[in-house]
Design a protein around this ligand. Structure first.
Ligand SMILES: [Fe+2]
Ligand SMILES: [Fe+2]
Length: 180
């Protein structure tokens, strides 16, 4: 007999938790780079951390809008030490790939249960994950090419404004308003 599927709202609440966890993970990576005196890499991850928090807040706003229960998850501690400066970026890329499959799972679930509001809501996240995976892939290329001298990566990030994107007018509204 088929296992009963979790509701969309319950699964989205799990994703709220995943997004907050990603935010915490990126703060930890930023702290690591800050402690290694790599301020551009630190700034990159501090910014990503805010974006992940924003994703969680968008999901919370959606749950509020459709009158579902919102769960605010516990915080899990994150390591702020890494064996080398490439590892955090590798982990971040793997993390974004994992989130992409979670987002596709939510999209698929919305379709299965014919929740059209949910399917529409998830569309923005599908697009967002394409960008996030591409961005982390770019950053991994940059740090791997400059692993002998990460100041080259620092220069590249500053010069190209890697990860500095303007406001996206198509983004769903976060709870509490934009900018947290
Ligand atoms: Fe996210
Ligand atoms: Fe992300």
């Amino acid at each position: 007999m088929a296992k009963k599927k979790k509701s969309f709202a319950a699964t989205l609440n799990e994703q709220v938790s995943n997004e907050f966890a990603a935010s915490q993970q990126y703060v930890a990576m930023a702290v690591y780079y800050d402690s290694e005196t790599l301020p551009r890499l630190a700034a990159f991850f501090y910014r990503q951390a805010i974006e992940e928090r924003e994703h969680a807040m968008m999901m919370i706003q959606y749950l509020l809008d459709v009158d579902e229960k919102v769960e605010v998850p516990d915080i899990k501690s994150q390591p702020t030490q890494y064996e080398d400066p490439i590892t955090p970026v590798k982990e971040a890329l793997a993390q974004e790939e994992r989130v992409s499959s979670e987002i596709f799972g939510l999209f698929e679930l919305a379709r299965q249960v014919k929740d059209y509001r949910a399917e529409h809501f998830m569309q923005w996240f599908v697009k967002e994950q394409v960008e996030e995976v591409a961005l982390m892939g770019d950053l991994l290329n940059v740090v791997e090419r400059s692993k002998e001298n990460l100041l080259l990566a620092e220069d590249y990030i500053a010069r190209e404004g890697l990860g500095e994107e303007g406001a996206d007018p198509t983004a769903p509204p976060p709870a509490g308003g934009a900018g947290g």
